[in-house]
Ligand binder design. Structure first.
Ligand SMILES: O=C(O)c1ccccc1NCC(=O)[C@H](O)[C@H](O)COP(=O)(O)O
Length: 233
């Protein structure tokens, strides 16, 4: 099954179009004011219309309250919510009940000890995103362009679909997939010129490199790699 490719932190019509034309399965929009990729609700409405039906729309939030999520849903019309903060399993259950959207929980990874919360999340999340744990003094919990040790996931046996992110780029994405056997990859910094400024050529190169793993990977993949466009979750 083909690898799912997500381009995150899109904020302009032009770069969103490059990602969609390039064949991204998922496009991510950041709603976190301290981030250089944060978009307004007005922009969300515009980009949401542009991406509709062409890729899975992912709304990324960090410990957002209900009102914020409600506004995002009303404007972007996301297919899935990416939770990139310290959201608990109880909060996931609550969000699922209130908004009825598939949930992707981002899990910060540095060592294998970071996988301990997985069984709890596996009961309520629709997929997991393994991302590099941000340094303590970071201004945001993700989108920092730093990889984690992919070998931490080497022996992972997870029934849930999962994706990997953190410092990916066109050069290292094949190795990340080989080691982690993830069903999807997610990139932001690796397709940018400077934080928040996406580069069309880097987006195209990343999607090409990720797609190339489909024909080269001899290993079974553990993450879901199929109906993202339809299901979103
Ligand atoms: O992108 C941000 O600014 C951001 C802010 C707050 C939480 C998460 C954020 N980004 C997450 C992502 O874009 C990806 O899911 C992932 O972390 C990959 O980031 P990168 O290492 O930059 O490729």
């Amino acid at each position: 099954m083909p690898l799912l490719v997500k381009i995150c932190g899109l904020s302009t019509r032009e770069t969103l179009d490059v990602a969609l034309e390039g064949g991204a399965d998922m496009v991510g929009f950041v709603f976190f004011p301290p981030s250089p990729r944060h978009i307004s609700l007005e922009t969300a409405r515009e980009l949401g219309k542009q991406a509709k039906g062409r890729a899975v729309k992912v709304a990324l939030t960090v410990d957002a309250d209900d009102a914020t999520i409600e506004n995002i849903i009303e404007t972007l019309r996301p297919d899935i919510l990416q939770l990139h903060g310290k959201e608990t399993t109880a909060r996931l259950r609550d969000l699922k009940q209130k908004f009825g959207l598939p949930l992707m929980k981002a899990l910060p990874v540095e060592t294998s000890a970071d996988l301990a919360p997985l069984p709890g999340y596996a009961g309520v999340a629709d997929r997991i995103l393994f991302d590099a744990r941000a340094p303590k003094d970071a201004t945001r919990p993700g989108g920092l362009g730093a990889p984690f040790d992919w070998h931490v996931l080497e022996n992972l046996d997870l029934a849930l679909p999962y994706m990997v992110s953190g410092g990916l780029n066109a050069e290292n994405v094949a190795e990340a997939v080989r080691v982690t056997r993830a069903g999807g990859v997610d990139v932001s910094s690796g397709v940018e010129r400077t934080p928040g400024v996406k580069d069309p050529e880097l987006i195209r190169a990343f999607i090409r490199a990720a797609r190339a793993t489909d024909s080269t990977s001899p290993l079974p993949v553990h993450g879901e790699r199929s109906t993202a466009h339809r299901a979103g979750g």
